[in-house]
Design a protein around this ligand. Sequence first.
Ligand SMILES: [Zn+2]
Length: 287
Amino acid sequence: MRLDDILKKATKEHWSTGHFNISNLEQLRAIMEAAKNLNSPIMIGVSEGERKAIGLKQTVALVQAFYEEYGIPVFLNPDHSKSVESAKTAFDAGFNSVHIDLSKLPYEENVKGTAEVVDYVKSKSPDVSVEGELGYLRGESKVQKEIIEIKPEDLTRPEQAAEFVEKTGITRFSGAYGNIHGIAANEPKLDLDRIREIRKILPENVSMVLHGGSGISDEMMKEAIKAGIANIHINTEIRIAYAEALRKSLADNSDEVVPYKISPPVIKAVQQKVEEKLKLFGSVNKI
Ligand SMILES: [Zn+2]
């Protein structure tokens, strides 16, 4: 199954695939258990920091092993590769999805670098989907105590989105529509009209991605999916579920030193969070 085909189907049927980040094997196991349980296609993301923590080849091998055992369509994505080199290196290591994020660079440089990654990937594996990013996304994937204000100029303009897609050849478009990374003191408010306008102007074979899914209300998420979002990124909420369950497990069993006896409630907590999101996104039984 090609990721782009799954996303095209999701767009048409108004549901969304889930993209979840991992820093270790426990989180990966939890996400794969959830996907298997709910018969849902799944994306696993690793940022540059997360890639460094697990190892590029190690991440590829682990995901491949789960794929062989569970038979669930799973796409490993180098989330927010901040340079052409970093995206190419992940692809060369065996990632079956690519994300190049040059959104902080001037527009022309973003176009040039993103197109270079698309050309590189397509020349070797035409079926691998490449995501590009346009517009400025504030925040980090953690709990932020301050209010994060979004400025109008941060948001992606529909005409520029269309031009960006045409010039780069990407098939996954990530934009700024009022979303932020991580959880802030204020709840983000998505610009649903903007999502609808961008969806209308983009070609059918291009799907829309929403980053910073953590902290967005369930109601607004459903509206965003209806408006055209086919892929939602969740990281911070997974991290919180993991850290809180780990602290509790350690406190509840303060004499325990065996890691695999400490981790089961932690895996369970992450799995539950992922299942909750997959149900919200409508991706249950979509294999
Ligand atoms: Zn992101």
